[in-house]
Write a protein that binds this ligand. Structure first.
Ligand code: SAM
Length: 267
């Protein structure tokens, strides 16, 4: 039976074989390279556009799909015991629970549902310890925000939160015509690699997340105002950070320093 793509699940299925192959090539270990891990996890397999290629390069693939109606067709299409299908919400799924004694980290791939891409990214960051790398198709604007540097108009909460935990590299752009139905936006594939160890270790990650969110809540505000009640101007000055500056001028290291130095002072 034909599946009608569902907007509420962000269903834009890839159908361009060239684009599918390009993503798989970026994801697969280069020839002659040792595969770091062979435990692959796909977020939102849909009708299996990427899954087919994943099964060619892995011993086992876990896929996490929310739409119940896609589960049976996926199982029937592949009929492969190496494919483990989880009907579940990736926003709450415990990825680390997939690890087995033989695989100490997962490799994640996904053409993500764009309507929930930011919360999904935050969820993956929380689980970065279990993840070797991530190759994700996202809205191009989201990728631009992820990789932005301080001073850029699109540098913000997402840039700081992702770059604190991962290196981020935009691989290539994908036009809307590669999907069915075609989304209204352009897309891009990004590669994220969790840092090990973190270049700027955090004493208290939730506190860092809270500070970053507050700092960017109103971009036009100075740090003195946006962080009022969280970090005093005197503390900022002592750390070499100008309270009259705006959040977009602070580096990843600055945010880590600010969070680490201030968290002990707040109850
Ligand atoms: N990978 C397929 C492809 O490239 O053709 C489908 C990609 S489509 C953009 C996103 C997929 O994620 C859909 O299959 C959708 O049902 C699924 N999805 C949406 N929300 C989800 C969630 N919270 N957890 C897991 N999968 C989800």
């Amino acid at each position: 039976m034909q599946h009608h793509p569902r907007k509420r699940f962000g269903q834009n299925f890839l159908h361009d074989p060239g684009v599918i192959q390009r993503i798989l090539n970026a994801f697969a270990p280069m020839p002659g390279q040792q595969p770091l891990v062979q435990h692959l996890v796909e977020i939102g397999p849909g009708q299996g556009a990427l899954t087919a290629g994943l099964l060619e390069i892995a011993e086992a693939v876990d896929v996490i799909e929310l739409d119940r109606d896609l589960i049976k067709p996926l199982a029937e299409r592949f009929g492969d015991p190496r494919l483990r299908i989880h009907q579940a919400d990736a926003l709450t799924f415990d990825l680390c629970a997939l690890l087995s004694p033989s695989t100490h980290r997962l490799r994640l791939i996904g053409n993500l549902p764009y309507n929930i891409s930011t919360p999904l990214l935050f969820r993956f960051l929380e689980q970065a310890d279990c993840i070797e790398d991530l190759h994700l198709m996202l809205q191009k604007e989201v990728v631009d925000r992820i990789i932005a540097a301080p001073g850029s108009k699109v540098y913000g909460r997402l840039s700081v939160m992702v770059q604190t935990v991962c290196s981020a590299q935009r691989l290539f752009l994908v036009s809307a015509g590669a999907f069915r139905p075609a989304p209204k936006v352009s897309s891009a594939v990004v590669r994220l690699r969790p840092h090990r160890p973190l270049p700027y270790p955090l004493v208290d990650r939730p506190w860092h997340a809270r500070l970053v969110a507050a700092a960017f809540a109103q971009r036009r505000k100075t740090l003195r105002n946006s962080l009022a009640g969280l970090v005093s101007p005197e503390q900022m000055i002592a750390l070499g950070i100008d309270p009259a500056a705006r959040a977009e001028t602070l580096s990843i290291a600055d945010f880590a320093t600010l969070a680490n130095a201030s968290n002990a002072c707040i109850d």
